[in-house]
Design a protein around this ligand. Structure first.
Ligand SMILES: C[S@@+](CC[C@H](N)C(=O)[O-])C[C@H]1O[C@@H](n2cnc3c(N)ncnc32)[C@H](O)[C@@H]1O
Length: 240
């Protein structure tokens, strides 16, 4: 163990939804954005507004970096607006406290709550839009899958596809599921009740690609990045 480090600095610990309080100590947000490709981000609207949604934004560090990245990628006059949502009220409070840019907003929202459609459509209406230009789902699919099962994962992807033109997903590989489960058991908490019922196991990227690219959803995959330094790829899809 590294000397001089507190326990919470070393291990993310057990979590049921991935709402780690010190997440960005382990996964610095600026490094993550560097993995994103150039040239995918296009302004498709004539009003120069570009809207993004970051699902499972945790304390907002990555959301803020994504906003900066998009603003740099798009023509300088573009008004980039991003909304970060997360089910954890403490993390959302932190995110709000750390950011005073009016183009970056945070809402405490469980993606599966009844409120979701209203919150997202109200936000889009304020931007005079009906869908997002891009939705980011970084390191959230495993938590959705563990808590809502195979059906929940499919529903999540299906619902996301309905509200965006471009979809960016960084799935957790299967070994992370085992680690999350082990950490729960080690900390004396109940394991994820659905983990042994999941049929979508193994190559998670392949499952996600297949679900998103099902013909009826009208999405195609445009990019898969190399593994980053913690073994995750980023998958990028766009509506046909
Ligand atoms: C591991 S963190 C990833 C944070 C961030 N996306 C990143 O990659 O830097 C997963 C986040 O997803 C959030 N989350 C999990 N399930 C969610 C749900 N159903 N609705 C909204 N947020 C959720 C958790 O609270 C947690 O902050």
């Amino acid at each position: 163990m590294a000397e001089g480090k507190k326990d919470e600095d070393r291990e993310p610990g057990a979590s049921r939804h991935g709402n780690f309080i010190n997440y960005y100590k382990f996964h610095p947000a600026d490094e993550r954005v560097r993995q994103l490709p150039q040239g995918v981000w296009q302004l498709r609207n004539s009003d120069r507004k570009y809207s993004a949604l970051d699902v499972g934004c945790n304390a907002g560090n990555l959301t803020i970096e994504l906003h900066k990245f998009l603003q740099e990628q798009l023509p300088s006059e573009t008004d980039v607006q991003i909304l970060g949502i997360d089910l954890d009220p403490i993390l959302i409070e932190r995110a709000r406290e750390s950011c005073s840019n009016p183009a970056i907003n945070f809402e405490c929202l469980d993606f599966f709550s009844e409120d979701r459609k209203n919150v997202l459509s109200d936000y889009l209406r304020r931007l005079k839009s009906t869908e997002f230009d891009v939705v980011f789902c970084f390191s959230i699919t495993m938590w959705i899958h563990l808590n809502y099962g195979d059906e929940g994962l499919v529903k999540f992807l299906e619902d996301i596809c309905q509200v965006t033109k471009v979809l960016v997903i960084e799935p957790q590989p299967w070994k992370c599921y085992r680690n999350a489960s082990r950490r729960m058991r080690r900390s004396g908490e109940e394991d994820f009740p659905l983990i042994n019922k999941l049929k979508l196991t193994g190559e998670m990227e392949k499952h996600i690609e297949r679900i998103v690219c099902e013909e009826k959803r009208r999405f195609r995959q445009i990019i898969t990045t190399q593994d980053n330094n913690w073994g995750r790829k980023i998958l990028i899809f766009e509506r046909i």
